[in-house]
Structure formats: structure tokens, C-alpha cells
Design a protein around this ligand. Sequence first.
Ligand SMILES: Nc1ncnc2c1ncn2[C@@H]1O[C@H](COP(=O)(O)OP(=O)(O)OP(=O)(O)O)[C@@H](O)[C@H]1O
Length: 338
Amino acid sequence: MITVENLTKSFQHNNGTVRALDGVSMEVSAGAVCGVVGPSGAGKSTLARCIALLEKPDGGAIRVDGTDLVSLGGKALRAARRQIGVVPQGDSLLRQRTAAGNIALPLEAAGVSGPQRRTRVGELLDLVGLTDKASVYPDQLSGGQRQRIAVARALAAKPSVLLADEPTSALDPSTTDSVLTVLDRARAELGVTVLVVTHDMAVVRKIADDVAVLEDGRVVEHGKVIDLVAEPGSRVGDTLLPGTDQGDSLRPGGRHDVVAEVVLVGFAAVGALLPEAAGRFGVELAILGGGLTRLGDTPVAKFKVGLTGERAEAALKWMVERDAHVRRAPVCVDGAAA
Ligand SMILES: Nc1ncnc2c1ncn2[C@@H]1O[C@H](COP(=O)(O)OP(=O)(O)OP(=O)(O)O)[C@@H](O)[C@H]1O
């Protein structure tokens, strides 16, 4: 578990002070993948560098499994740094070393013996799916392969936390997927807690359990992706789920008695809830907008639906009782939309 409490960090510029982190607090559960997203200059990299102990915050605490890393010094700080593997932004491999040689670097620094090093490097090459590239130099690898080697190198010393700063920027979508798969495997097979800094919400959609949205050095939204997408007005939800033409379009009109926005999470809900509600309550149900997507392996749908029939309200209530997230237009006492 990583807990960040009220973290502050400022930089002096010629024209004044920039508050890169302005009281950031967030939590990442052990073994989860957390996406840190936000616009350029929001403070994402500064947060990552502070957690990686590459930058000292001005104030606040960073607890990994209960220990406040900010208060550490000397030997304890060096030991804590080894617990955090870092995949830096951009190309970070040494050109004059092979893929295997790059992965072995942290092991050499830690004094791990030759045979043990070879075994560990072999395991890591296998984890990132590049066993056949052991003796290849970075220049002969694709951008995605280089990033996968950088992930393997970051995992070499068996850290409990893996921090990746924009690991997929400048990669095409299929290459991006291969890097994300490797991060996901690190979590699933090694139990590593993964923090991914990214400006790309597709990364959050594909692998994140948790997300923190930063803006101007502050956390403006934070939580489990699957919970946030169901919250009305969530920025994460608005970005990750299909649009449905919101606002006035939720007002009942035309031939529908009730118009509502419905978010459905999981195979059972997405596959069966709407037709079952329509059949059970004898209402006509029309999909007016929205669509399907996936969050990791979980199917999620957001639809604008129009219900017609005497028991339309009862059908909606029944869906809510089955964990559908329903957003209705406010209705006045005379039944008209407010
Ligand atoms: N070493 C530094 N010296 C001075 N200012 C810095 C330094 N690092 C970051 N900043 C400033 O702090 C603010 C936050 O920068 P940071 O790189 O953390 O944002 P970011 O969200 O990662 O942006 P990007 O997506 O563009 O990388 C910016 O205004 C930046 O100019």
C-alpha cells in the first residue's frame, strides 16, 4: 500500500515560484495498478519522482507499507529506493549494452553473483516476452521492445513498487498494448504495486484499477476506476465511457415516458439487464445513445434509454436494485421535466 499525504513541492523559476504539488493526498492499494493522469504541467512527473525518492518533497509524507520514506536518510533511504523500481520517461537503455546486459545492471550494482544474475535476467526476459532478444542491442529493438526491457530492468531487484513515467508515449496502439500487458503481468505474477503516469486515458481504460487525476498540482478526482465511472459528473467516467448526448437530452420527450442514462458494469448487467427489465415490466425500451466499452476485462455500458409504458418507472427502479447506475432528469410535481 502506498499512501501519499498532503505532499507539497515548489520550484523556483526566474519569474516566481511554481507549486508543482499543492497538497497531494492519495492511496494505492497493494498489488493494484494506479494511473496518474492530468494535463501537461499538472505535476504528474514530480509526484512520481517524489515517490521514487528521486526528488525530495517540501512537505507531506509518502508511506510505503507504513514507513514514511520522506523522513528516511542514509542507509535506510538507499534500502527504500531499492524497493521502488523506476521506468523513466523516454529511452533509458544503455546503447552499448545488450538487452540482457541492461536488465542485469541493477543486479550488478547490488553485487548479485554471476549465476544468480543470469537466472534472474532469464526470468525477467521471459516475463516481458523477449527471451529471444537477450543478446540484441537497443538500437535493433523496436520502441515497444525497448520499453519492455526497461520494465524488466526496473523489476530486477524485486521491488514492491513499480513506477512508470509515460511508458507508452510515442508508441503506436498495438505496441502500447504490449507494454501495458507487461505492466499488468508484473502486478499479476509478481504482486508489484504499479503506478503509471500517463496523459493517455486509454492506459487507464486498459490496465488501471485506481486513478488519480491531477490538475495544477492538486488531486481533483481519485478512486477506483470502476466506481468513478458510475458517478454522475466524474471526469474519469466522462472520458472513459461512450458519450450519450447528455443535458437537455435526458428530458422526457417525443414518445418516451421516461428518458434516463444508465451505466451497467459487468458481463451479467451489460448482457441481460435492459431486455429483462423491458420484458418483466412490459415496457418498450429504446436505446437512444451511448454504447459499450471495456475497463480492463470488465465490460461496461453507458446508454441513454427511452422507456414507454405504464410501468416504466418500476422498470428503472428494478434496474437500480440490480446495481445499474441510473441518472434521471429532475421531474416536477406535474410530471414535466424540470
Ligand atoms: N526540476 C524542475 N525545475 C523547475 N520546475 C519544474 C521542475 N520539474 C517540474 N517543474 C515544474 O513543475 C510543474 C509540474 O511539472 P511536471 O513535469 O511534474 O508536470 P507533468 O504533469 O508531469 O507534465 P508533463 O505531462 O508535461 O510531463 C511544471 O510547471 C514544471 O515546469
